[in-house]
Design a binder for this molecule. Structure first.
Ligand code: UTP
Length: 289
């Protein structure tokens, strides 16, 4: 089994559900407490042992790369004022750790992943969608680290799954479940955005994947799926039966930050976990009731 060293961050979407905030700014730069979504996802990947981070970007997305670069002017001013630079530690990565490619047209998640094929090469890779913010439950490692633990046992392809309300099935890729082994469920089939009456289960895929490079060969011959987009789910479905394929239920809290309600909830939930701001936020909430 090849070690997992690379992770793809598809960040070329237009973020239309979050307009007008995302008109001139990438959705992944939206801030939860004091860090942009992309930083949470990058920190989760590094914790899981990822060494190479591949951003699939689009126009107007340079802020994402700049966020992980050195800001000389800012640092000079901060030093001059005697301020510590420790706050920037999470934005400093080893030289060459980030590579980026452009997806010129937002043709869908499957197409975005395929744009990274030359950098991924012949290796397994993780995919992290930064707008799904995952927080490991008390004392547990992050979501991708839990998936890597499972990957080291069963190999193949692993998608992160969670129970979704039946009426929301059309917002997710849904798995046809096979045998269960604790938090692992064998994947027998996959369908993207099914109507509730056609959903094969209530286990929906959320924004974390560990995939084998063969999925890129499937994406070499793309098919337009749900919504006219090139869907990753359709390409992954072609691997079932050829390679091990599991869904993993992780011990993590998920916040869908691609949606305004999820985003506001995430800000509150994470603020309440932070010692520096929690007391003030709790006191403020009390005044609202
Ligand atoms: P979403 O379905 O959330 O699409 O994509 P979106 O365009 O970002 O947002 P809405 O629905 O218009 O509000 C899921 C992930 O896939 C990436 C997005 O950046 C996001 O991380 N994506 C999607 C791409 O990189 N390229 C695409 O063509 C589509």
């Amino acid at each position: 089994m090849k070690m997992l060293r690379k992770a793809v961050f598809p960040v070329a979407g237009l973020g239309t559900r979050f307009l007008p905030a995302t008109k001139a700014m990438p959705k992944e730069m939206l801030t939860i407490v004091d860090r942009p979504l992309i930083q949470y996802a990058v920190e989760e990947a590094l914790e899981a042992g990822i060494e190479q981070l591949i951003f699939v970007t689009g126009r107007n997305k340079t802020a994402l790369e700049d966020h992980f670069d050195i800001a000389y002017e800012l640092e000079a001013v901060m030093k001059g004022r005697g301020k510590s630079l420790d706050i920037l530690a999470g934005t400093r990565l080893p030289a060459g750790a980030i590579a980026s490619v452009r997806q010129q047209e937002p043709l869908g998640l499957g197409h975005a992943i395929w744009c990274a094929r030359e950098i991924v090469g012949d290796e397994p890779f993780a995919v992290l969608l930064p707008d799904d913010l995952m927080v490991g439950r008390s004392g547990r490692p992050g979501c991708l680290a839990q998936m890597v633990e499972a990957y080291e046992r069963v190999g193949g392809n692993i998608v992160c799954v969670e129970q979704v309300p039946p009426e929301k099935s059309a917002s997710y890729g849904i798995i046809t479940p096979g045998a269960r082994d604790g938090p692992l469920t064998e994947v027998r089939g996959l369908v993207e955005k099914p109507k509730p009456e056609e959903a094969p289960s209530n286990l929906g895929i959320v924004g974390r994947y560990i995939l084998q490079p063969e999925v890129m060969r499937v994406l070499d011959n793309p098919v337009r799926g749900a919504g006219g987009e090139i869907q990753l789910t359709d390409a992954m479905a072609q691997l079932i039966g050829r390679q091990p394929f599991h869904g993993l239920t992780v011990e993590a809290e998920r916040h869908d930050c691609g949606d305004k309600i999820g985003f506001v909830k995430a800000n509150l939930a994470l603020a309440l976990k932070r010692e520096d701001v929690a007391p003030a936020i709790r006191a403020f909430i009390a005044t609202l009731q």
